[in-house]
Design a protein around this ligand. Structure first.
Ligand code: 6R9
Length: 633
């Protein structure tokens, strides 16, 4: 099934559209199943109901670990580079990773975990994080990873929504010069989470933490117990293809994050296939994905995709600018990295530090580059191409979403042609379509519209946890029998796709999805705030910045303090990642007579483009616009 040329891609693509079930069955055949499927696909986008490989039995960790032991058991599965370059790196071979996953799976069992439980993971980027995910999957528990940048309140919301009974965390985590008090944040969250019976705490920073008798246990102590019990193996739990593998919360246009649900069989096939295809991974290549496992990119392309394909996955604990802006390139040099997969925001940030940080770094091992998370601007694309790839490494600009499980529209490295700024062509099995506002499909080339997908793919979400209707409403109601992505897109004269950004009220800040309604809710929690409206504006490094228009009477002279208080409130309610970059105090918001905020106008003002605000005649109080314009930041 390896795609060997552009023409071959076209043939495979055609086949995948004409005979999708045969196409995916062939790919699924390359995995290890305890029992093969009775039916490849059953679906309708109305309910929606999507079932891949129905009747099949498997465990994803058998595919990520056990099946490699005989052939590549001594190959590195995970290479880990710590935050502090002076600390030793670690290498876990497939055999070692297998043993550690079994051990920790037994720890989970000892602590009462069983198939079907939901387990919340809030950990730093250390190998034990990957081990925790895999151990959950091995015993059939559903993991729900929460990114380390979220607040206690956000964690509590997610734990409650999924009704988790166990939390896996660490005393703290290192990120650049900062230390994040993970356990203490968990303690704050758990005040509101009576469902949690056990907290397993890994030692990382050795900061003093509260350990509550009967609830909190140390990871290391529990491992020792398992060792004295003499349990080395942990047999896999045999899962149905459509059993839940994990929940991952993501922001949408409403205030409450949704728990996107992925299932075992389809997700495994899709992440494995797309990892292999997009990156054209060759045995022994060192592959470095700079994402955090707290996001979907880390789930699919640090853990499950690479490991199911027997790859060497490099994971990095720190940030690109610590101790200096050359850190990624030091890592590439140190481990002779062949493939680096990163985000436009990181590229733009490193670019802004200048080329000095590239001096003396040997990047000649690199053969392929990847980008994900947001549109990549041409300047960043060319810098990445020239300075990092030295003009000879294809850049795969991979467009996809948490809900998709894996790559959807992307170049195939070295096979399909590249266009800077373009995610380019759909992978085999992916059928994109563009729609206009009236619900009509836009055919032909040199057009733009709202991006939908016509046909199911194995990695797609099955539901939003605990609320199937919400899943239908959000993704399957906008256009009949279509999955709606929420992204705008153009298809150029050659049929290549370029994603232009969200068309809903979702911001993309440094590649992180943030719902404007969520930020507004958080701002409105501040005691003096009457109401607020949040929009995005172009930001050189972050892609988009958060611009908040806030109605909040305050004493004159208190403006700066109130601003800081609001920022602190947002940090508390959501987490530091959602902090507004700009807060403009206004006496009122532009509203229609029916009371709807005219965001279009606020967006234009935030973008600094006030020349043509369009029709403002339907506004209740047009004068408010002049005031806002005059006070724009
Ligand atoms: C994987 C991931 C999804 C949203 C998506 C889109 C944006 C992601 C992109 C891209 C342009 C790319 N996005 N990759 N836009 N080009 N290559 O990022 O998932 O966090 O769910 O975000 O990110 O707007 O809808 P997620």
């Amino acid at each position: 099934m390896k795609i060997t040329s552009f023409d071959h891609y076209k043939d495979v693509y055609k086949y995948s559209v004409e005979q999708p079930e045969e196409f995916w069955a062939d790919i699924a055949d390359t995995f290890t199943w305890r029992k093969k499927w009775d039916k490849v696909l059953e679906w309708n986008f109305k309910e929606p109901k999507i079932r891949w490989f129905e009747g099949a039995k498997l465990n994803i960790t058998e595919n990520c670990l056990d099946r490699h032991l005989e052939t590549i058991g001594d190959n590195p599965a995970i290479i880990w580079e710590p935050n502090d370059p002076k600390e030793d790196h670690r290498v876990l071979t497939y055999r070692q990773l297998h043993d550690k996953v079994c051990q920790f799976a037994n720890v989970l069992k000892n602590n009462g975990a069983k198939k079907g439980d939901r387990i919340c993971i809030y950990m730093p980027m250390v190998p034990e994080l990957a081990i925790a995910l895999l151990a959950c999957a091995r015993i059939g528990a559903t993991h729900s990873v929460v990114f380390g940048g979220f607040s206690a309140q956000s964690i509590a919301d997610r734990i409650q929504d999924a009704d988790c009974n166990i939390v896996i965390t660490a005393d703290g985590g290192f990120r650049g010069a900062k230390e994040i008090p993970l356990k203490s944040i968990i303690d704050d969250a758990l005040v509101r989470c009576p469902s949690v019976q056990k907290v397993i705490v890994l030692t990382r920073t050795r900061t003093p933490v509260a350990m509550i008798k009967g609830r909190d246990v140390w990871w290391e102590d529990e491992i020792r117990k398992v060792e004295t019990q003499g349990h080395k193996e942990c047999p896999i739990e045999v899962m149905d293809a459509e059993d839940m593998l994990f929940i991952l919360y993501t922001s949408g246009s409403t205030g409450k994050p949704k728990g996107v649900v992925h299932t075992c069989g389809g997700y495994m096939v899709y992440t494995g296939y797309t990892f292999d295809t997009t990156f054209q991974y060759q045995p022994d290549e060192v592959y470095f994905c700079t994402a955090d496992i707290g996001w979907i990119t880390g789930h699919s392309y640090i853990v499950y995709g690479p490991l199911s394909q027997g790859a060497t996955s490099l994971m990095f604990e720190g940030v690109p600018t610590y101790p200096d802006a050359g850190r990624f390139w030091d890592i590439v040099d140190k481990f002779k990295v062949n493939i680096i997969y990163t985000a436009p925001t990181a590229i733009r940030s490193l670019m802004s530090y200048g080329d000095d940080f590239l001096k003396g770094k040997n990047l000649s091992s690199l053969t392929k580059l990847g980008s994900v998370g947001e549109p990549i601007n041409e300047e960043a694309w060319h810098w990445f191409d020239e300075k990092i790839g030295h003009g000879h490494c294809p850049i795969v600009d991979t467009w996809w979403q948490t809900e998709n499980g894996g790559h959807m529209i992307t170049p195939i490295a070295g096979i399909t042609p590249l266009k800077p700024g373009y995610a380019s062509l759909p992978l085999p099995g992916v059928q994109p379509a563009l729609f206009d506002e009236s619900g009509k499909e836009i055919e032909g080339n040199d057009v733009s519209g709202n991006l939908c997908i016509k046909f199911p793919w194995p990695g797609m979400l099955r539901t939003t946890y605990g609320d199937h209707e919400r899943c239908r409403q959000t993704y399957f109601a906008a256009y009949q029998d279509m999955y709606f992505t929420g992204d705008g897109c153009l298809r150029d004269e050659d049929g290549y796709y370029r994603i232009t950004g969200r068309v809903d009220d979702v911001l993309n800040v440094s590649g992180h999805r943030i719902g404007t309604a969520e930020v507004e809710n958080a701002i409105n929690m501040h005691s003096t705030v009457v109401e607020s409206a949040v929009v995005g504006y172009p930001h050189d490094i972050k892609g988009q910045g958060v611009y908040a228009f806030v109605v909040a009477p305050h004493k004159s002279g208190d403006e700066d303090l109130t601003r800081k208080d609001i920022i602190m409130t947002v940090s508390r309610i959501i987490g530091a990642i959602a902090k507004p970059d700009k807060i403009q105090f206004v006496s009122g918001l532009p509203k229609t007579r029916s009371g709807k905020i005219m965001r279009r106008i606020l967006r234009k003002i935030a973008e600094g483009d006030t020349s043509n605000l369009g029709d403002t005649s339907t506004l209740l109080d047009p004068a408010v616009v002049d005031e806002i314009k005059a006070g724009a930041l």
